[in-house]
Design a protein around this ligand. Sequence first.
Ligand code: ATP
Ligand code: MG
Ligand code: MG
Length: 593
Amino acid sequence: NVHKPGNFLRQIIENDLQRGTHAQRLWGGSPGDAQHHAQGGVDPARIRTRFPPEPNGYLHVGHAKSICVNFGLARDYGGTCHLRFDDTNPEKEDQEFVDGIIDAVHWLGFDWQDPEGGRENLYWASNYFNFMYRAAEYLIERGLAYVDEQTPEEMRANRGDFSRPGVDSPYRERGVAENLARFREMKDGKLPDGAAVLRAKIDMASHNINLRDPAIYRIKHAEHHNTGSQWCIYPMYTYAHPIEDALEHITHSICTLEFEDQRPFYDWLLDHLREGGLIAAPQPRQYEFARLNLTYVVTSKRKLKHLVDSGTLTGWDDPRMPTIVGLRRRGFTPEAIRDFCERIGVTKDYAWIDYALLEACLRDDLEARAHRAMVVLDPLKLELTNWAGVFGSAEHLEQCELPALPHAQAQGQAAPVRRLTLGREVWIEREDFAEEPPKGYKRLYPGNRVRLKGGYVIECTGCEKDEHGNVTRVLATVVPDTKSGTPGADSVKVKAAITWVGVQDAIAAEVRLYDRLFTDPQPDAGGKDYLELLNPDSLKVVTAWVEPSLARAQPDDKFQFERFGYFVADREDHSAARPVFNRIAGLKDSWGK
Ligand code: ATP
Ligand code: MG
Ligand code: MG
C-alpha cells in the first residue's frame, strides 16, 4: 500500500505519475560526458530519486531517514534510486567511508539497480566535472556568469544581509571575452587559491541572499582522488548538485529543508541550461522535508568523530553510536529502522522524535521472532534443601521445557522449545530474594512460595550470610508434584514466577548493558556542551549466567531475555567460547522513570 500517511511527497509523485510528467523524456544525445551516465533512449514513466552522501564519514540515523525516503519512494512507485557519491570537494575521499556507505544502504535493504535491465545506478559527482566546466563557459557566454576578483572579505561585505541589498562587484560588468579568458586562466592554474571565483550573475538586491551572485567555481590547487591533478578549480556544491541531478535524469530531488532557500538557484541554473539545450526537459525538481532530530543523540559528524577519536567510545560501530554501523552492532534490525522511518513520516515540520520510538519499533519487530531465554544478571545461589529427599538423589536433574516463541504457540504455529534442567542448585536474581520483604513483595522471602518459571513451585526457608551480613545463599524446598505442564502444576497457587538458570548447565556470559549515551534529550541544543552531558551509566558490563539454549547463539542473533529486554550476540566479540550479549532495548520504555 503506497498510500501511507504523513508523506506529502507521495502526493506529489502520484500527481506526476498521473499527469505523465516524466513519461515523454527523451534522453538521446544528452551532452553529459559521464561514462556512467544514466542515458538510453526513452525512459518509461518512472521516477528517479537519489541519495547523495559525501564519503567523509559514516552514515547515521538521520541519513537512514533520507535513504528510506529516497529508496523507499523509488521502490514503492516502481522507479529507481541512485546512489551518488558527492565528491566535488578535492579532499581525499576515504575508501573506508565509501565501503561503509555502500554496506549501510545494502544492509537497510535497498539497492541502486534499475528495476528492469539491472543497471547499476552508482555514480560519482566528479565524473561530471567536464560537463560542469562546459556549462560554466556557456553561462559566461550568455552573460550569466563573471569572474570576480574581489578579496573574500570584500565579497562577504558586499553581499549585504537581510536588512540591506548587496553592492555590485567592480568586476560585475566585465565583458564576455575577458571573463572567458580569465576563467580559462583560473582553470589553467595561472591564479592562486582564493584569487578569483566564478559567480553566477543574478541579482545583488534579491531578498534571497543565495541569489546574490552565488559563487559557482573556486580555485583549489589540490589533487582529487578521481581526477588527479586535472583540475585546480572545483565547482561549488550548489552549482554541482542540480547538474548531477539533471545528467542522471533525476525526477524528484529530495533534500532537507536547509536547502529550501537554494531551490530558486537550482531552478535558475537548470532553466538556463535547458534553454541552451545542455540538459533535457523536463528538468528535475527539488523538494524539501524536515531533517530527523532524534532525542538523546548527536548526529554532527565532527562531534561523533570526537567521541571516537577521544576514546570516549570504542569506534564508529560502538553500540552507543547513532551511526548505522553502531545501531547494527547494538542489535537494531533494518526492519525496525525502516518501520521507524515510516512511522515518523515525511513532513515539513521541525520536530524532535523521541528515541523511545526507535526502541518501540525494535520491540515490535523482535517480539514475535526473537527467541526467549532466561538469564541471571546479578546472580545469587539458591539451594533446594529437600531435593535428594524428594527425587532420591542430590544429583537428580529434572528436564523442563519452555516455549522459545510463546506467540507462535498461541497462534498455533510450530513452536520451538527450549530445554532446561533443574537440579538441587539454581542461580536466581539477587533482587528476587528479600529477607524482610517490602510491602507488596511477591517473590522469595522466608515462608513464601513462588514458581521457578517452567519448573517447580518452591518455598523459601531462609538464607545464609557472610560476616558482613550479605546474603550468600538462599535456602528453599521444592514442592513435589507442581512441575509446570503436569496435572499438578496448578494445585499450589503462587503470586510470582521467577527466572532462574540451573547451576549445573548455566553458561557464563559477558552482558553489556547499554543505555542512552546522553542524560539530556537535546545534548546538542542551545549552547549546551554535549561532552558534559554524557551518561556515566551508558554502559555497564556484568558477568551473567545464561540458560544452555544460548550455547547455540551466533553473532548477530537476537533474543528476548525474559524480563530484561532484547539482546543481541555481539557481532564482533561473541563466540561460543566467550559469549557476549548487548542489550538493545528494555522490554518497555523505562528511561527517566
Ligand atoms: P556534512 O554536511 O557534515 O557532510 P551531512 O549530514 O549533510 O554532513 P551528507 O553526506 O551530505 O552528510 O548527507 C547525505 C544526505 O543525507 C543529504 O541529502 C542530507 O540531506 C541527508 N541527511 C543528513 N542528515 C540528515 C538528517 N538528520 N535527516 C534527514 N536527512 C539527512
Ligand atoms: Mg553534506
Ligand atoms: Mg549537512
